[in-house]
Design a protein around this ligand. Structure first.
Ligand code: HEC
Ligand code: HEC
Ligand code: HEC
Ligand code: HEC
Ligand code: HEC
Ligand code: HEC
Ligand code: HEC
Length: 410
């Protein structure tokens, strides 16, 4: 080869390399670096990082798509016209409690509650609906920012009556109720209170993850995402808590952190220190001991009630996922739930000794008789014009044989 040929060849090779690089860069602007380092939404106290369900979508598309339709995902969000259920139309935008009248109004795409204390001329400023709490199955409450502090609005929405109501537990005059960890811990994925113990109501606005997202049940997942993005050929999950390596109690605890009563007695860290995979009793307990039946309620104790049922006590593996697919909205899917009962009680007609005509009247709906809806003692609302408070009806998880008319255990 002549020197000239070598020179021409090297120029050709170099220029084609350059061209390839330019083409690659144009097609994938900065993708390589962003892709393997997704935005961190919040950092847990133990250093694990949350990246949000949108990053899961590319590899878990089906789960992502059904998860965003669940009550969990929708249980808190920034308020907007699509998620506030109450009406702002004149005539149905009023909440009138004894001493105060609240008017709900919209202005330039934002929503407000305006309190006017009767017999007083001094006006209070309107308060903005900043955050919605509750998917709206039974109702919603609303939260407002004052600087970096969170307060609950007095007006709540009650789905059965489709009206504004005085928030549960509020008096008949207007008050400012601070929102602390003890309230939002079950309605968001993560929040960072300025006061580590969670007693204050000042929050880092940038580190609140609304809705109950994947990472509340599967732990913060940045490392998992980065690893699998960099190793697309791997089919075994890495840097991810494996659900089937957990004990039954740990699997229950992942749900019980929000479904076993208020657990106000914090033993370690704060309300968000516990992560799925930990042992809940080492982190937070309920104040009551002994009789667990009485305080079990809406804000709820599905776990405590289920644990007292024969179905649970006489099987070694039953947990919440035996009957619930946590990624799907299954409310009202009777045939699905009946099948779950039948998977253990194979021929109900043989085992269930209920009266034949009663059974057909209930269309063999197992839960109508064995898990009846029961009025809550803790969650009540006062409807306008009613002297008595109305209870929220919640389905009991104390599976058993009930008195037909009284919903009491036989
Ligand atoms: C780049 C691809 C990729 C991304 C992004 C990804 N995963 Fe995974 N994930 C996998 C693979 C591969 C597996 C193993 C195969 C399987 O179980 O689907 C897996 C498995 C899992 C498992 C099952 C663990 C078990 O018990 O078997 C969970 C839970 C999980 N991922 C959660 C998440 C969450 C939450 C996110 C988003 C924050 C996420 N993944 C994002 C690739 C990914
Ligand atoms: C971070 C707290 C939290 C965790 C963890 C949690 N839940 Fe929930 N769950 C809630 C809240 C809050 C609601 C009410 C949502 C609403 O309607 O706004 C709810 C609602 C539900 C519902 C009713 C859904 C509907 O359509 O109305 C079911 C069923 C349920 N949870 C089961 C589970 C199971 C099973 C687990 C564990 C795999 C679990 N939850 C984990 C807080 C939690
Ligand atoms: C220990 C967990 C927990 C705490 C703390 C908690 N909630 Fe809930 N909340 C739930 C669960 C679980 C439900 C669903 C009712 C059920 O099925 O038992 C619920 C339901 C609701 C609903 C009705 C949602 C719907 O779609 O029907 C509203 C509104 C609500 N909570 C607001 C609040 C407010 C406001 C606070 C704080 C003052 C609070 N919750 C504290 C767990 C909790
Ligand atoms: C309320 C808690 C909860 C939420 C929220 C949740 N998961 Fe799960 N997930 C579970 C539980 C519990 C299991 C184990 C189910 C079982 O044992 O049948 C599971 C199983 C899985 C699995 C492995 C089994 C399968 O079905 O493929 C993957 C992958 C997964 N989840 C990904 C996700 C992703 C991605 C999201 C968010 C888009 C998410 N999960 C949201 C509780 C949850
Ligand atoms: C994982 C298996 C399993 C599932 C799922 C299950 N059960 Fe059971 N159930 C049992 C066992 C075991 C017993 C105790 C032995 C017996 O009475 O048959 C029991 C007992 C019962 C009893 C008698 C309770 C008592 O106090 O005497 C009723 C009623 C019952 N189950 C109804 C249901 C209904 C309704 C469902 C669905 C919502 C259901 N079971 C789901 C296993 C299960
Ligand atoms: C034996 C089956 C079974 C098991 C196990 C089970 N559930 Fe349920 N759960 C049901 C059925 C059936 C419903 C009613 C669904 C409907 O209304 O369509 C229900 C409803 C719920 C609701 C909504 C209650 C309401 O009235 O709004 C919550 C919350 C819930 N379950 C949480 C849990 C949790 C947490 C666990 C584990 C501690 C659990 N469930 C275990 C069968 C079960
Ligand atoms: C109309 C109400 C009703 C419906 C619907 C119903 N049951 Fe029952 N079930 C009863 C009554 C009442 C008993 C108690 C009968 C007795 O022992 O006198 C009972 C008893 C049982 C028992 C306990 C049997 C024993 O030997 O202790 C089981 C298990 C059971 N039912 C399962 C089911 C399942 C599964 C379904 C749905 C396929 C179902 N039931 C639907 C009312 C009902």
């Amino acid at each position: 080869m002549t020197k000239k040929k070598v020179f021409v060849n090297s120029v050709l090779v170099l220029s084609s390399l350059l061209l390839a690089t330019i083409v690659y860069q144009c097609k994938n602007p900065n993708v390589a670096s962003d892709y393997s380092s997704p935005d961190v939404l919040a950092t847990h106290f133990n250093g694990e990082e949350f990246v949000g369900s949108e990053t899961c979508m590319e590899c878990h598309a089906d789960i992502y798509a059904s998860h965003i339709a669940t009550a969990h995902f929708k249980t808190s969000a920034l308020a907007d016209s699509t998620n506030i259920k109450g009406s702002f139309e004149e005539g149905s935008n009023i909440l009138d409690i004894e001493s105060t009248m609240f008017t709900m109004f919209e202005e330039e795409g934002s929503y407000y509650q305006h309190a006017e204390i009767k017999n007083r001329t001094k006006k209070t400023p309107p308060e903005k609906f900043d955050i919605v709490i509750g998917s709206g199955v039974r109702g919603q409450s609303f939260v407002t920012w004052k600087e970096d502090q969170l307060f609950q609005l007095q007006a709540s929405y009650y789905t059965p009556s489709d009206t504004w109501v005085n928030s549960p537990g509020y008096p008949s005059y207007s008050i400012d109720r601070p929102i602390r960890d003890a309230c939002i811990k079950c309605h968001v994925t993560f929040a960072k209170n300025k006061d580590f113990a969670g007693q204050g109501n000042t929050y880092d606005k940038k580190q609140i993850i609304y809705g109950i997202d994947c990472e509340r049940c599967h732990r913060p997942a940045k490392k998992h995402v980065v690893h699998h993005r960099n190793n697309p050929e791997e089919v075994v999950a890495k840097y991810m808590m494996m659900n089937d390596t957990l004990s039954r109690q740990q699997r229950l605890d992942a749900c019980a952190q929000c479904h076993s009563g208020s657990r106000g007695r914090i033993l370690q860290g704060n309300s968000f220190t516990f992560l799925a995979g930990n042992n809940l009793d080492e982190y937070a307990q309920n104040f009551y001991s002994g009789s667990k039946e009485k305080p079990l309620d809406v804000h709820g104790n599905q776990y405590g009630l289920l644990a007292k049922s024969e179905c649970f006590k006489q099987t070694a593996t039953m947990d919440c996922a035996t009957c619930h697919n946590p990624h799907k909205n299954q409310r009202g899917d009777r045939s699905f739930f009946n099948q779950k009962c039948m998977s253990c009680h194979s021929t109900a007609a043989v085992e269930c000794k209920a009266d034949a005509s009663d059974l057909s009247e209930m269309a063999n709906d197992c839960i109508a008789c064995h898990m009846p809806t029961t009025p809550s003692q803790a969650m009540t609302v006062q409807l306008e014009g009613d002297s008595l408070e109305t209870s929220f009806n919640i389905r009991t998880h104390l599976i058993g044989i009930y008195d037909k008319d009284q919903n009491t255990l036989k």
